[in-house]
Design a protein. Sequence first.
Length: 412
Amino acid sequence: MLEQRCAFDIDAWTRFTQGTDIVALVALTSIHWRESWKYGERAFRYCQHDLGHAIAAIRIAAALAGCRAALVPEWPQRDIAALTGLDRDEDYVDAEREEPGCLMVVSRKSLAVGRESSHQPPITSHLVAAVRGGTWSGRANQLSENHVTWSFIDEIARATEDPGRAASPIHLPTDPTTHLPNSSLLLQRRSAVALDGRSSMSAAGFFAILAATLPSSGPPWDALWWDARIHLLLFVHRVDGLEPGLYLLPRNPAAVDRLKAAIGRAFDWTPVVAALPLVGLVQGDCRALAQRLSCNQEIAADGFFSLGMIADFDASLAEFGPSFYRHLFWESGVVGQVLYLEAEAAGARGTGIGCFFDDPVHDVLGLIGHAFQSLYHFTMGMPIDDTRLTTEPGYAWEVKTENWKVTTEDRS
Ligand SMILES: Cc1cc2nc3c(=O)[nH]c(=O)nc-3n(C[C@H](O)[C@H](O)[C@H](O)COP(=O)(O)O)c2cc1C
């Protein structure tokens, strides 16, 4: 499906990448209508979740190709629109408009070099000008007719527009165990539509999955320029050797005291295992609760565990401005993508859950206001296959992977 949209002056690109290891820029965009036809107002969130999943997928794909990939914080959203032609009204006459999301830089190794050079305004604007003045081809096609207008989505998109920012590098703990999933796991990843309500997983397996969600200096976490803002509220149902109940995994030690202060209910806060910052809040069967909170979806109760991703909300927006609202969803999407892949690696299956009731989740913890805010849910367990469905290979070209290198070399 790859198309060339614009041919532009190569000198601008050479100037942009000079003295860096930059291989490519990847811009991610959303068409809100692709989600809002189904989800209405909540679609803005789903688009941001999806961007987070895609950021993780690109970071991991880059790693498998021996490259780095990271979000570029400096580019204003307006420039990303220009770079991708999203602001070309003439190409969207009948079609739904597209919203710029984020820009990732793919580089051979040293990301620091790529970052420094990518935010020098004269070079950036030179590239944008060259693209604007390039030769464009192609037009967006209309997805459907008879749109429902969800004006709230346009309002929130404008209110959270990213002006770009200078971000200082963060220092993540080096994770010597960072391992890349093998590509077959990446390609087989699917969502469970039903879980069996019986199977359990080992505590060791559960802890390994939680460990994989903690930020480190490896992929995909090194694609994000901020320190972790998403914490996990776990509804444990079937983990051998671990009492069912509510658990909390703070993913950033800097947030623990504020989490404790914000959580209004009296909980145990019992450390569970030395290797993880996991604490037990309260024991008990929380299957019905988890199901109810996730729009009564049985998958939230029928797995090993499900979880709510609790964002460090007010403080993050105060620190980085309104556009960071989007970034919080992106981080939750990255966590979701890691969980999907961990589920496949464990021989199980996961499902992202965008449908949940925010305020009742907050009630469970006694959270008041927006200091912390539930943004995304996830569940994991043993899937029940729907025998009415036929599954075709997701990636037809993958059958020929072995020959792929040879074929491209042959062509060149
Ligand atoms: C952000 C997000 C939210 C989702 N929310 C739900 C949900 O609430 N309930 C559900 O059953 N599936 C949910 N899913 C799963 C999607 O339906 C599924 O990803 C989509 O149909 C594509 O199928 P695949 O994941 O198997 O490729 C969600 C997925 C994502 C990425």
